[in-house]
Design a protein around this ligand. Sequence first.
Ligand SMILES: Cc1ncc(COP(=O)(O)O)c(C=O)c1O
Length: 441
Amino acid sequence: MKNDWSQLVKNMPNRLAPSMAKDHPNLPVVKEEGCYYFGLDGRKYLDFTSGIAVANTGHRHPKIVQSIKDAADQLTHGPSGVIIYESILRLAEELAEILPGNLDCFFFANSGTEAIEGALKLAKYVTQRPYVISFTGCFHGRSLGALSVTTSKSKYRKYLQPSAFTYQIPYANVKECPPGADPEVYCMEKVEKDFENLFKHQVTPEEVACVIVEPVLGEGGYIVPPRGWLHKIREICDKHHILLIFDEVQTGFGRTGEWFAAQTFGVTPDIMAIAKGIASGLPLSATVASKELMSKWPLGSHGTTFGGNPLACSVALTTLEIIKEENLIENSRNMGKYAVMKLAALKEKHTVIGSVRAVGLMIGIEIIHPVSKAPDGEGLLKILDIALNKGVLFYLCGNYGEVIRMIPPLTVTKEQIDEGLQILDEALTEYERNSMAVSSQ
Ligand SMILES: Cc1ncc(COP(=O)(O)O)c(C=O)c1O
């Protein structure tokens, strides 16, 4: 007799590696639709996670479901180099239209991490330089190459310290800006100094292949850098003929209110890694560069079996169509602004909200301890549990797990934002009441 579903969930700790099965809250779900998950418990949950910034077109959009069925009727696997098919070629053409500058040539893969691996390998190969510079706090994936530039949490690197040649400098931090100074100018001067010091004391710029950066810090805490900071990095890279890589795995496909964060900030990198929102949940990613740069990366220097899967490419084409037809980029900007306006009111009401950081529908709500004002990951989990119990799913990020990630599908409506933030308001009230009761005991 086969185990029933709930029995399987009970047996999960024996069958799934804890590193896979133990995140928060690991909600057992039977179905997804639009902005909602349907739980094994029979309840409907408003989803403010988008499957970690993946379901930008909403869950199981009818056109996506149809597109999967249609594609499956034709081709399910496209072994790269053995066959070639229309969807991958058409997708490359369409992506070239929406990407900034001359980013028009693609190596398709399956995950964000792979797109990062490709970007690092491409940069090293074409420059023939060994070193890479990344920013402390950034997350770029967990394979050994990607991990060599990932520094969002040391637990990701424990016992795995990658031997690849990388250096880190600090990410933009407006909180460190002295009172009265302009935060943008401060961050620009700071990053210039950090590069100068690195070049003076540790590595010469001639040895550096690339600088890799998340244009908005994701897993590290949803930090939106000042525009000028990214422009300054571009300027430094140009000066030293260092390639600039943007990790747009999380920020792409309308999340920041433009197709890509590169357009939001007006900075074009030399190489880009794109994934998550590209195919509404099917595994697909790409390393992107100009045709000129890619042509220096010959056959055999990189490869894939599953990358650019025909089902995923067809669905990516439908994803782009939906984003355009339903004006989801505009909705990302508008709903983002609306949510931030409502969150500003919540911040006035709840002292445990330290700050709200947002661009488009990439919103971080920092939770601080009611007394010490320190980042409060423990408190955050209690708040998320209460919110989940009341029917809204949020995710978390930040060095201390202290930032609520609010990343609803880009199809989200005002009413759904009202519903979700009303519940967050109630969860914060209940949490504050509980913590006051504990502290007065
Ligand atoms: C900015 C960024 N880069 C890379 C990755 C790794 O992507 P994946 O988990 O698809 O390998 C992630 C995943 O969260 C990410 O947010």
